[in-house]
Structure formats: structure tokens, C-alpha cells
Design a protein around this ligand. Structure first.
Ligand SMILES: C[S@@+](CC[C@H](N)C(=O)[O-])C[C@H]1O[C@@H](n2cnc3c(N)ncnc32)[C@H](O)[C@@H]1O
Length: 308
């Protein structure tokens, strides 16, 4: 006698199990204390994933549950909410733009450093010298500027590429996260942030002073003059950045977006770039899926594709 086929669950059994799964309290991560301050359910995590994807294009993997919990728990405390559900309900249905900004700020990852991926800066210097032969004004957009280390590294590169006098260079520094952008605009860094900059270079481009919490290094006015700061969400349908641009730095942000989102952004970058312009990407970002728009020059530097 052949064994009986396994019994298929009925529709109502299936619905009940989905409801149960989304109500499940998510387990704490290995490194965390056993009990969490706030109940965090699978449905809450899914809701956060959808909201941050819609607002900022950021695709959070399932492995990011602990990160989401710890970053948003701070917002729950700050707003006096008792649960993730209550916080998310308030966010979606009653709180204004200010909490949306905090929500997005909390979920962005802002890791950066001076001269990160250093191989890009000699390429930038060489490109700028070539451009300066052809044009009086050089325009650069650093579109995920974070706390400013990247745009100040660009400004230092500009200053050092033209020892005889810097041409007209403007660097638009933007980011989605308003907190990091405010830090970038201040341009003041603690010693641990600048410790990779060689001492003579540090002295040339920063002013050391004693702040309320100790020694700090402020970027010199010659660097600051090149930079302007603005919040721009790369997902927004309209950007306040304008071409023609000689250089776009878009490093270590595309990695948070899925390929269709990356492609849409690249398709908007392309017409903003000068025909000889360069796009700098992060070390783990590849734009092979946009070969009709950009061609690789190696070292994650891209030029416009020959036939667009
Ligand atoms: C990991 S940091 C990279 C900083 C810098 N580009 C670097 O490579 O060192 C990523 C930055 O992208 C920003 N970001 C994330 N989503 C964004 C979006 N939709 N539009 C603009 N910036 C975004 C984050 O706020 C964060 O500051």
C-alpha cells in the first residue's frame, strides 16, 4: 500500500500561521542581553524594511534585525513610545517630517574616513589638472558626503594638485542624513579622525585648537571655500544638484540600494557629467549592469560609455 500523501493545510490554517509568524517576537542577537526593553516583532521589522526602502532606497537584509532594533530603540526612548508598533504607527499616521528625518538618520550607516580608498585621489588630481587646461570652472559633486572626511579629502587633493594657485573649484557635498551633514559643514575633527593624515599635510590644511572636550582640528578656510552643503536624497525625483559636472563621487552608498535603484540613479548621473567626466564608486560597487551608461576605467573609476 502506498503511503498517504501529506495533508495540505487549509487556507485558514495557512493564514493563521502567517499571522503567528508576523506576530512572533524576534529573538535577541547573540551578543545582546536576553531580554529586550521593547517588544520587536517580525511584522515590525518588515514594516521598517519597507519604510526605509520607500524613503531612502536602502535595502535592509534579514540579518539587520539587531541593528534596526538598537538604532530605533533610541528613537522609541526619545519619543516616549512603549513599543515598536506604537512608534511606527505614530511615525506613519501622526508625526510630522521631523521624526521621519530622525528615522532615516537612525538607519543610515555613515562609516567614512579621510582619504578612504586612497588610490582614487591621485586619479582625481590627474583628472583635475587635465580639466583645468580646458575649463576655468571645475564642478564636483560628492553625493554621500557623510561627516565630511570625503569632501575635505577632495578639497585637499585640489589644493595640492595646483600648488601655483587653485582654479575655480566648487564641491557640492550632499547626504540624506542631516546629522552627518551638519558635522561635515562644521569641518572640525577630533584627533582620532585625522590620525591617518601625515602630520605635515595635517598642519597645512587644518588649524589645531582646544575645544571644550580637548584638542580638535578645523579645516582651513582655503578648503572650506570650495565646499557647499545641502541635503539631497538620491531617491528624490528632483535633485538640487546641477550639471555639467567634472567629477561625481558616489562611494559606498550604492551598496545599500538594489540594482534597479542603482541603475535609475546612474541614468540620472550620466547626462549631468561632462563628456570627459569621471564617476568614482566604492571598492565593492560595480556598475557592470549599467554598461550602456558607464564604462570601467579600473580601480572603481568610471567614464561615460562610448555609445549612450
Ligand atoms: C557608508 S557612508 C559613505 C560615506 C563616503 N561616501 C565614503 O565612502 O566614505 C554612506 C552615506 O550614504 C548616505 N545615504 C544613504 N542613503 C542615501 C540616499 N538615499 N541619498 C543620499 N545619501 C544617502 C548615508 O547617510 C551615509 O552618510
Amino acid at each position: 500500500m502506498s503511503p498517504e500523501p501529506p495533508k495540505q493545510p487549509t487556507l485558514s490554517e495557512r493564514l493563521a500561521s502567517i499571522r503567528q509568524a508576523s506576530n512572533a517576537v524576534l529573538p535577541t542577537g547573540a551578543g545582546e542581553a536576553a531580554a529586550r526593553e521593547f517588544v520587536f516583532r517580525a511584522a515590525d521589522f518588515e514594516r521598517v524594511r519597507k519604510l526605509i526602502y520607500d524613503k531612502a532606497g536602502i535595502s535592509l537584509s534579514l540579518a539587520k534585525q539587531d541593528m534596526v532594533y538598537s538604532r530605533l530603540a533610541r528613537r522609541l526612548r526619545a519619543t516616549g513610545m512603549k513599543s515598536f508598533k506604537q512608534y511606527l504607527d505614530q511615525l506613519e499616521f501622526s508625526r510630522g517630517a521631523a521624526e521621519w528625518e530622525e528615522f532615516v538618520n537612525a538607519l543610515t550607516t555613515n562609516l567614512t574616513s579621510f582619504f578612504r580608498e586612497p588610490h582614487h585621489f591621485p586619479v582625481l588630481a590627474q583628472h583635475l589638472r587635465a580639466v583645468a587646461e580646458k575649463r576655468k570652472q571645475i564642478n564636483i559633486w560628492c553625493c554621500a558626503a557623510s561627516t565630511g572626511e570625503e569632501p575635505y579629502s577632495i578639497a585637499i587633493t585640489v589644493a595640492e594638485a595646483f600648488p601655483g594657485g587653485v582654479p575655480q573649484v566648487s564641491v557640492l557635498c550632499s547626504d540624506l542624513d542631516t546629522h552627518v551633514l551638519a558635522t561635515a559643514e562644521k569641518g572640525v575633527y577630533t584627533p582620532d579622525r585625522v590620525d591617518k593624515i601625515p602630520p605635515d599635510q595635517l598642519k597645512r590644511h587644518f588649524i589645531r585648537s582646544l575645544g571644550p572636550s580637548g584638542e580638535v582640528y578645523g579645516a582651513r578656510p582655503e578648503l572650506r571655500r570650495m565646499l557647499s552643503f545641502r541635503r539631497i536624497n538620491l531617491l528624490d525625483p528632483v535633485w538640487s544638484a546641477r550639471g555639467p559636472l567634472d567629477v561625481i563621487f558616489c562611494r559606498n552608498v550604492m551598496i545599500y540600494f538594489d540594482k534597479p535603484t542603482q541603475y535609475k540613479i546612474l541614468a540620472r548621473f550620466a547626462p549631468m557629467l561632462q563628456p570627459d567626466g569621471l564617476l568614482f564608486a566604492g571598492h565593492s560597487e560595480s556598475f557592470l549592469h549599467a554598461a550602456d551608461l558607464f564604462r570601467s576605467l579600473g580601480k572603481t573609476v568610471y567614464a561615460l560609455a562610448a555609445k549612450r
